[in-house]
Design a protein around this ligand. Structure first.
Ligand code: G4P
Length: 538
């Protein structure tokens, strides 16, 4: 992969036109690694299928920090993969899978312009996909749906669309439509180009399928499909879609209200290129972003960006931290001096890194839609804006509603200072949210996380970096809501049942509930009490 940009792109407008940036949201096992790998193959970013997985397996030697990943065989870090396809430069922001599910996964979506919702056609919508979808919806991201594993028996395609329409309240537009499924999977019909892509199973199952493309109306289609029942059903479904389904409306797609839908089989590489081509035609290019000085267009001449993730201690000898910055406007250049909005200080951006999987290459320039890794000598926090020119600040990244809570206890009083320092630093870094009981007599911090892994990371790092052993005392809550009107609103509401009040790290009231039902009960009984799933941005 090259790091220098050709002179033709050495211009911000052209660079923005070329860029498409997206994240894949899915539940574990839907095939995200497989799809990512196939996409990278098209972009020539890797040359062999299997390398993404291999990279995952290999990369333990990097640091102690990685020890946890290695022990668990998981990936903690969201990575950014850049590849080219035809004239496009594509940034794929990787969101980690489920055991490693944490707030990072949510935050990564703050840096994405588009989302690809990958579903296993046999399973339909799964819990993690729903959660991530909520964040995409909050951000109004365009969502593209890819139903995977068509080479295996799955649910009826119409039922899959129906589920999305009813449960996610999105219009669907099938860009391609499957012909059969499982053992009788024959291929897909591309409704844009009116072509049939035939799926050819190899002698060894479906691992190495080839593809024949025929124009609609070609008499060989029926003959090659060679299954009257499947062909008949396909024609009926197609007719129904054409007559009853909505037209593709790109405005709705860009507003996150209609999802273009694709069917395929990532493992056999079937339907992947078809998807990629349509995706690139339909996806949003890097656009303007809300800031304290109004919408900032990506073509603003001066550089600006924001930190959406911090990765700490990838190399423990240096206690380094990498701040992941999404470039929002202008051109980033190595060694440039920028303003750090929160502190008002100047910062030189030396040693920038281009991120590819775990490998880090040095980088000379980057444009809107790109992500850069900056060594962060304790300067940056999640949500920070850096800019040149007139002062501006992008909207911060909200705290997301945690679902797991535990008191964090330090059984050794002589370690109190390290404990407090560690907890404060990990909180600042965004590794976990910290809350405190509203009851002043309970002074242990409450860890509040969206994924179990965050607890493990905090305990592991307190031990490794601050030399403090800790214990967890799990709390029986799974739902948190910020009280929008603060303490006054809470006091006005009077007595609340089946909830406890805690304070977030800014001292704002948060209600914890055992379950959604209890939460709805309180909302029902106190209609004036406004509750929010995300914390107001500070
Ligand atoms: P993830 O990153 O979303 O967790 O999923 P991953 O790509 O690792 O895929 C999960 C499993 O699903 C893998 O099988 C993978 O081969 C399989 N898979 C992915 N796409 C398809 C597809 O289009 N068709 C079929 N039939 N299977 C698919 P595994 O047995 O867990 O791993 P492996 O031994 O195949 O590597």
């Amino acid at each position: 992969m090259t790091t220098t940009l050709s002179s033709s792109t050495d211009n911000i407008d052209a660079a923005v036109e070329q860029r498409r940036n997206f994240a894949i949201i899915s539940h574990p096992d839907a095939g995200k690694t497989t799809l990512t790998e196939k996409l990278l193959l098209y972009g020539g970013a890797i040359h062999e299928a299997g390398s993404v997985k291999a990279r995952r397996a290999q990369r333990h030697a990097v640091s102690d920090w990685m020890e946890l990943e290695q022990q668990r065989g998981i990936s903690i870090t969201s990575t950014v993969l850049q590849f080219t396809y035809s004239d496009y430069r594509i940034n794929l922001l990787d969101t980690p899978g489920h055991q490693d599910f944490s707030e990072d996964t949510y935050r990564t979506l703050a840096a994405a312009d588009n989302a690809v919702m990958l579903e296993d056609a046999a399973k339909g919508l799964e819990p993690q996909t729903r959660k991530l979808f909520e964040v995409c919806k909050m951000r109004g991201l365009p969502i593209f749906t890819f139903f995977n594993k068509l080479d295996r028996p799955g649910q009826e395609p119409l039922a899959l669309l129906d589920e999305i329409e009813k449960e996610l309240e999105l219009f669907t537009y099938a860009v391609n439509w499957p012909i059969g499924m499982g053992d009788r999977f024959k291929g897909v019909f591309d409704r844009r180009k009116k072509q049939v892509h035939l799926f050819e199973r190899s002698a060894h199952g479906s691992k190495a399928a080839a593809e024949t493309i025929l124009e609609w109306g070609d008499p060989r289609i029926e003959e090659l499909i060679d299954d009257d029942e499947i062909y008949g059903q396909f024609l009926e479904e197609l007719e129904m879609l054409d007559e009853l389904g909505p037209e593709l409306d790109l405005e709705l797609v860009h507003a996150g209200e209609m999802t273009p839908v694709f069917f395929g089989s990532a493992m056999t590489n079937f339907g992947v290129e078809l998807f990629l081509e349509s995706f690139l035609d339909f996806a949003l290019k890097p656009g303007p972003r809300e800031s304290t000085v109004g919408m900032v267009p990506p073509t603003r001449e001066e550089f600006s960006g924001f930190v959406f993730k911090l990765q700490a201690n990838m190399d423990p000898r240096h206690r380094d931290r990498v701040a992941f910055v999404r470039v929002c406007s202008g051109r980033f250049e190595k060694d440039m001096v920028v303003n750090h909005a929160r502190s008002g200080k100047n910062v030189r951006l030396s040693h920038p890194q281009k991120l590819f999987g775990q490998g880090r290459e040095s980088l000379d320039a980057a444009y809107p839609g790109d992500v850069i890794g900056l060594n962060n000598p304790g300067v940056f926090a999640i949500g920070d804006t850096i800019y040149q020119g007139k002062k501006l600040e992008y909207e911060g990244i909200p705290f997301f509603s945690p679902e797991l809570f535990a008191y964090l206890k330090n059984p050794n009083p002589s370690k109190f200072k390290q404990f407090r320092k560690g907890v404060t630093e990990l909180r600042e870094e965004g590794a976990v949210q910290i809350m405190y009981s509203a009851d002043e007599s309970k002074r242990d911090p409450i860890l509040a996380a969206v994924g179990q892994l965050q607890f493990e990371v905090v305990q592991f790092r307190l031990k490794n970096e601050y030399n403090v052993d800790t214990m967890l005392d799990i709390l029986p809550y799974s739902v948190a809501r910020w009280v929008t009107g603060g303490w006054d609103a809470l006091n006005d509401a009077g007595r609340l049942f089946n909830t406890v009040t805690v304070k977030d790290s800014y001292g704002r009231p948060v209600l914890l509930f055992r379950n959604e039902w209890n939460c709805q009960q309180v909302e029902g009984e106190h209609p004036k009490l406004a509750l929010s799933k995300t914390a107001p941005v500070v």
